[in-house]
Design a protein around this ligand. Structure first.
Ligand SMILES: *Cc1c(COP(=O)(O)O)cnc(C)c1O
Length: 468
């Protein structure tokens, strides 16, 4: 068999894919030896909210790929936009005093759908590159306005801002900091607004204010004249869908304003309708100076990211800045921008943002709340089309399982075995389904979730790990 016919799509079986995968493909955030021992699951096609693997199993994708396929799979309008742009102009850069129609039109449309302070965008290829851009732009801003000693950027423990050197540094994932000498200098963190873990026994809104004031304490400890910016996800995604109390973000805003600090909203997950408004800062009630986006901007059909630049920073960059020595080959990639344009127009046509706010989001919230009667469930939370179920050993006290038991991973294995993609963050089970999911499909997902919780409970009881 010649090499080309051998690599033709669809001519190889699961075992063969798995062998080649283990031999050559180092996966992100994966133990290669562990994966090689069991073999990767090969995903071959998708439609709407469903995936099919190489064994023909149908799987309900409750994670939108990786928080990104907001319009669901198989949307022809995005395919057509990519095809047409690939034929007309597959690539041109924006470095040589040149621009392309899709990048210009997308910039214009983003200025229209983002909050009014945003009239400018800097394009990148991913969310991580967006947050790297934030670090450089924030420090450039303070240089330009004559306060170069303002360098420190404050993030949060268990926040996620990507995996480049700066992205991983802004994030507060201890496992990431432990590899590669991170964080880079002048990035520090405060504790997260996780009421279930950090606010036990407190009134929820009082805890929100307390958690926000950790920012003020940190600013005062560093010295306000050295602090450049604060960055956070409106709702923490990869950290476990942690929805902060309503009091949190307005208080963060007040503190940033008081000390003149730039406020950065990482909207990579929350943007483009996920929370029931176009952007998470609108749902959570704050007004950022910079906003990182990626994922849902193109529904993941092609890679694209960027930073929305608010008036305060844009004015300094434009009026005082001269050349900003920063950018990527694919900043404003015409095919990516054409797909994003088609994606945003489709979100509008289908009124996905309004549907999440008025219909599917409230339905998901009501259905998740019903899970509170389950013996394994310590709390549930939702915001728009994201949800979390905290598994606990003792419902009455909220006592957690020992981390080494990896109860979340047990539950995740039941999900995968029952045609449901649900993610585990520790013992917190999370979903972020495509925004096209309707109420009947939410009900279908809830049947699977409850079945997987039941199977997890049975397994824990069999192993003598769950008493009552
Ligand atoms: C996924 C994510 C990123 C990183 O985006 P990449 O495209 O993977 O680089 C940054 N911030 C948040 C909040 C994310 O969820």
């Amino acid at each position: 068999m010649n090499h080309h016919s051998f690599t033709q799509h669809g001519t190889r079986g699961t075992a063969d894919w798995q062998r080649a995968d283990a031999a050559h493909f180092l996966h992100p955030f994966t133990d290669p030896k562990g994966l090689a021992a069991k073999g990767a699951r090969i995903i071959e096609r998708a439609e709407n909210i469903y995936l099919w693997d190489s064994e023909g199993h149908k799987i309900l994708d409750a994670m939108s790929g990786l928080w990104c396929v907001n319009v669901g799979y198989g949307q022809q309008a995005l395919v057509d936009a990519a095809t047409q742009q690939l034929q007309q102009l597959p690539f041109y850069n924006a470095f040589f005093q040149t621009s392309t129609p899709p990048a210009i039109e997308l910039a214009e449309l983003l200025a229209e759908i983002t909050p009014p302070q945003f009239q400018h965008v800097f394009f990148t290829g991913s969310g991580s590159e967006g947050n790297d851009t934030v670090v450089r732009m924030v420090r450039r801003y303070w240089d330009l306005v004559g306060q170069p000693e303002r360098k420190v950027i404050i993030g949060r423990v268990n926040g996620y801002h990507g995996s480049t050197m700066a992205g991983a540094s802004l994030g507060g994932m201890s496992g990431m900091h432990a590899q590669g000498g991170l964080p880079i200098p002048d990035i520090t963190h405060i504790e997260q607004p996780h009421a279930f873990e950090n606010g036990t026994g407190m009134d929820r809104e009082a805890f929100g204010l307390k958690a926000a004031r950790w920012l003020e304490e940190k600013i005062l400890a560093i010295g306000p004249g050295r602090v450049a910016a604060f960055i956070g996800e409106p709702v923490q995604g990869a950290g476990g869908v942690i929805v902060p109390p309503a009091s949190y973000w307005p208080e963060i805003q007040r503190i940033c304003d008081k000390y003149g600090i730039l406020l950065v909203s990482d909207e990579v997950i929350c943007g483009f309708g996920r929370t029931g408004h176009w952007f998470g800062c609108e749902t959570l009630g704050f007004k950022p100076d910079l906003m990182t986006f990626a994922k849902g901007v193109s529904s993941g059909y092609v890679p694209l990211g960027g930073v929305m630049v608010g008036g305060r920073v844009a004015q300094a960059l434009i009026e005082l800045g001269g050349e900003f020595n920063h950018g990527f080959t694919y900043s404003g990639h015409p095919v990516a921008c054409a797909v994003a344009l088609a994606n945003i127009k489709l979100i509008r046509e289908l009124d996905l943002v309004g549907r999440v706010r008025r219909t599917t989001g409230p339905h998901l919230a009501a259905r998740f709340a019903e899970l509170n009667d389950h013996p394994l469930v310590g709390e549930t939370q939702t915001c728009g089309m994201m949800g979390a179920v905290q598994l606990v050993k003792d419902k009455a006290t909220g006592e957690s399982f020992a981390g080494a038991l990896e109860v979340g991973m047990l539950c995740r294995a039941h999900c995968f075995g029952n045609g449901l993609i649900m993610r585990a963050v520790g013992d917190r089970m999370i979903v972020a389904p495509p925004l096209v999911m309707d109420c009947a499909q939410i009900d279908e997902m809830m049947v699977l979730i409850r079945r997987c919780l039941d199977l997890t409970l049975v397994e824990l009881k069999q192993k003598g790990l769950f008493a009552s």
